[in-house]
Design a protein around this ligand. Structure first.
Ligand SMILES: Cc1cc2nc3c(=O)[nH]c(=O)nc-3n(C[C@H](O)[C@H](O)[C@H](O)COP(=O)(O)O)c2cc1C
Length: 198
């Protein structure tokens, strides 16, 4: 029988593991944490969920970052509710991570500008799509993307960085010998942690 992982009965180690998995997910395209599901609440109070690419995970600040088009529904939902949640399950690691927090849109300031400047032309091109994301089309291909050079500028006004400041973190590790589920809530003094019944 396999040994228990070092975090199995250690809350502090679970916290380190959770952030390390998220951090690795930023660069490891094969990780499930590379493309977590993002949940928001729409104007009708209905949950909306879709995949995003995780761009940064900062354990010290307790923040996660992803990018979207400011014309998108998710951007509007975040602008209104200022909340969002992320979830991913890594089948190989048998780990689910859930993050719930306050979400902030960055569009015009130096922060979004510096990230835009570093982005690859191919990544920038999607923000120049016309008409904007979610627009109904007569045919599936009735939209345009800027070419490589145009893309440097075309999508900037639509580019949006979202920073999710975690208020609640949850870690679930599946093991036949007994699952482990842990919760962290942000407080002024730092994270308050507890085990939960799985
Ligand atoms: C693997 C994958 C990664 C995606 N990454 C992003 C992303 O980083 N940002 C984004 O806005 N949309 C991303 N999308 C598209 C969204 O899931 C979604 O379809 C689209 O943004 C429209 O969402 P909305 O209408 O709720 O705003 C991704 C889709 C997939 C399948």
């Amino acid at each position: 029988m396999a040994e228990f992982p070092p975090f199995y009965d250690n809350l502090a180690a679970c916290h380190v593991e959770l952030w390390q998995r998220l951090k690795d997910g930023v660069t490891d395209r094969d990780s499930a944490f590379h493309t977590p599901a993002l949940a928001t609440i729409d104007p009708h109070g209905r949950p909306q969920v879709r995949a995003v690419v995780l761009r940064d995970a900062d354990r010290a600040a307790g923040t996660l970052r992803f990018h979207c088009d400011r014309r998108s529904e998710k951007a509007a939902e975040i602008a209104t509710t200022r909340t969002a949640a992320l979830q991913a399950y890594d089948r190989d690691a048998k780990m689910q991570i859930r993050v719930d927090g306050t979400a902030e849109l960055h569009t015009d300031g130096w922060f979004a500008e510096s990230i835009w400047t570093q982005a690859q032309p191919m990544s920038r091109a999607v923000y120049g799509i016309a008409p904007g994301p979610g627009t109904a089309l007569p045919n599936g291909g009735d939209y345009t993307l800027p070419d490589r050079d145009e893309a440097i500028l075309a999508g900037r006004e639509n580019f949006c960085v979202v920073v999710l400041r975690a208020e609640r973190l949850e870690f679930l590790y599946l093991d036949r010998r007994g699952h482990r589920r842990a919760l962290w809530l942000r407080s002024e003094a730092g994270w308050v942690e507890t085990w939960l019944a799985p």
